[in-house]
Design a protein around this ligand. Structure first.
Ligand code: RIB
Ligand code: CA
Length: 313
């Protein structure tokens, strides 16, 4: 089956990023043109290494992995080792990667790919802070109309924030980059906490990965068992939210999600609400509807897709 979509995954692995990457690599409908790492959950030297570890776990050492921004545009880097562990990928024992990191900077790769490929054929899938995407738009504004769409995990509104009462981590880390992306005019599909907090793992769901009886299944179960403990304690839920795989699942089965086109604006001045995504869900402003904001998910269908596709690796 020819790949239906060419994608660049921009990521800060992160166990949930890892599951998203595995979902993409287990799906023939998608061609992963490259993976660009950004500083976020853990520093860049770890996110780029983790991206390579996941490609090797998937049996895909051919995938090109690039290192991007080492810190946000304006603010100091904020990381999340308390969630993801010191390595950013705590849980499974994964060998040091043998595959090489690409020499080109991630931002150059994004710009050169978008300028070189046929216009409208590349989808960007940011799973972390939007620093690389914003830098690419600044470096070469001509890429904006050439991007098919941006499908991103970030933000929140009805659910509030997860790093401050107002802001979700990816947006909070680099609100200025997020502001550039949401003002870009590029078609955006947004997976905020309002939907990802409904994509909860559970002991039964984690066991389904282990029951695959494969290296990928066991590593995924190990990652989820580590990753979910933080949110279980924080929210008192059985299981943790699988944020980033929602992005890839949307590309594969958009009908799993429900949402609406709204204006999304990013707070970049007040420290109290820095990084808040103000989603005009009820259309009370005249601001442009710049994003398709998802709020509901068929979580059984989502997990069935995940287990089935990871079972192919
Ligand atoms: O707030 C959740 C997001 O922040 C996810 O992308 C997770 O991986 C972290 O990057
Ligand atoms: Ca992430």
């Amino acid at each position: 089956m020819p790949a239906l979509r060419k994608i660049i995954i921009d990521t800060d692995p992160g166990q949930d990023d890892a599951v998203a990457i595995l979902l993409a690599l287990g799906s023939a409908e998608l061609e992963v043109v490259g993976i660009t790492a950004v500083a976020g959950n853990v520093p860049l030297k770890l996110t780029e290494k983790n991206a390579r570890k996941i490609c090797e776990l998937a049996g895909r050492p051919d995938i090109k992995v690039f290192a991007g921004a080492i810190r946000p545009l304006m603010r100091e880097l904020v990381t999340a080792e308390e969630v993801h562990g010191k390595t950013g990928l705590n849980g499974p024992e994964l060998a040091e990667p043998a595959m090489k990191l690409q020499d080109r900077h991630a931002v150059d790769f994004i710009v050169e790919t978008l300028m070189g490929e046929e216009s409208g054929t590349i989808t960007l899938c940011p799973l972390g802070p939007l620093t690389n995407i914003a830098l690419a738009l600044i470096r070469e504004p001509r890429i904006a109309p050439r991007i098919k769409e941006i499908v991103l995990m970030g933000g929140g509104f009805f659910e509030g924030g997860n790093v401050t009462p107002a802001a979700e981590f990816n947006i909070y880390v680099d609100p200025h980059a997020a502001d550039i992306v949401f003002r870009s005019g590029i078609p955006i599909v947004m997976m905020p906490l309002d939907v990802t907090h409904k994509a909860l793992t559970s002991a039964r769901r984690t066991q389904a990965f282990r029951d695959l009886g494969t290296r990928v299944g066991n590593a995924t179960a190990d990652m989820l068992e580590f990753f979910e403990r933080f949110d279980e304690e924080k929210y008192g839920t059985d299981g943790g939210p699988l944020h980033d795989p929602c992005v890839i699942a949307y590309l594969l089965k958009p009908a799993l999600f429900k949402g609406r086109h709204c204006n999304v604006s990013v707070e970049t001045t007040s420290e109290l609400t820095m990084g808040m995504t103000v989603i005009d869900w009820w259309g009370v402003t005249k601001r442009p509807k710049n994003a398709l904001v998802m709020r509901d998910i068929d979580h059984d269908g989502f997990f069935a897709l995940l287990v089935e596709r990871l079972g192919r690796l």
